[in-house]
Write a protein that binds this ligand. Structure first.
Ligand code: ATP
Ligand code: MN
Length: 255
């Protein structure tokens, strides 16, 4: 228990450091001229009615709130100057859907954005609760905003849960991992309490951040799945969930 807390707090600190050093770079990087042009075009098409504030400043992307035609939107903008595009390489190049991407930064980031849109589509069709994807244009991904009063739903990480609620959330996450695997042919590949939102109304999980998700044909799919399994079990261990990794794996892979 104590050990888990230590690991968690070390993870938090590392993330906070990443973010602080990053924040300084954001202003100059996000709305570069090509990105502004895309936003103008999307607004001329009536897809974006009004831009709102920043929701999140991540390592590779920034997320903004916006008003759409009918719905509220989340606009995820991958930074073209992203320092981690090399890591994107390994996910994209071995994905059978993206074999003919040229090996340059721009094309990899654009493919990554399209991949996230496709992954969200497949997940939604499979019955997993994810933001509804709307459009991907170059490095800009537009999706349904998951939140209320312009604030995103809290991360699983920041959601206080009773043990019995946690059990229900866990079961739903297992169901979603199973649907992803069996119906969408996908592994999330960055699943953790940082990429799951919780709808406060009914405590249902919402999976987000699927740029790195891969199809089962990807040579590292099993390894990524195992990592997701360990992350989920590490988080839910504190709520008395005692599944072994192999048990969770077999639930995910069950017919
Ligand atoms: P990080 O590096 O922080 O993980 P990221 O670049 O991986 O960021 P995401 O995890 O997709 O990007 O999104 C970052 C944050 O933006 C999320 O934690 C969430 O708070 C918010 N967010 C993302 N998508 C949505 C959405 N569709 N609706 C509401 N909020 C969202
Ligand atoms: Mn994320």
């Amino acid at each position: 228990e104590e050990k888990v807390k230590r690991i968690d707090s070390a993870t938090d600190k590392a993330r906070a450091r990443e973010k602080d050093s990053d924040r300084l770079k954001v202003e100059e990087n996000v709305f570069d001229v090509p990105t502004l042009k895309i936003l103008y075009t999307l607004s001329n098409k009536g897809i974006i009615k009004a831009m709102g504030g920043a929701i999140s400043t991540g390592k590779e992307a920034n997320v903004f709130y916006a008003e759409g035609d009918e719905k509220e939107l989340a606009i995820k903008i991958y930074r073209m100057a992203s320092s981690t595009f090399k890591a994107m390489d390994a996910y994209i190049m071995k994905d059978p859907r993206f074999t003919n991407i040229r090996n340059n930064r721009r094309d990899i980031i654009f493919a990554w954005t399209r991949k996230e849109l496709q992954n969200l589509k497949r997940s939604k069709s499979a019955g997993v609760r994810v933001p509804e994807p709307i459009v991907a244009e170059k490095n800009v991904l537009i999706m349904e905003f998951m939140g209320e009063e312009k604030k995103p739903y809290p991360l699983l990480k920041n959601t206080p849960l009773e043990d019995d609620e946690a059990k229900l959330v866990y079961n739903k996450i297992v169901e979603y991992m199973h649907l992803l695997y069996k119906e969408a042919n996908l592994v999330h590949a960055d699943l953790s309490e940082y990429n799951i939102l919780i709808d406060p109304a009914d405590k249902t999980p919402v999976f987000i951040d699927m740029g790195q998700s891969v199809t089962l044909e990807h040579p590292n799919a099993r390894e990524f799945l195992y990592r997701d399994v360990l992350n989920v079990l590490r988080f839910f261990g504190r709520y008395g969930i005692t599944d072994k990794p192999e048990e969770l794996l077999s639930k995910i892979q069950a017919e």
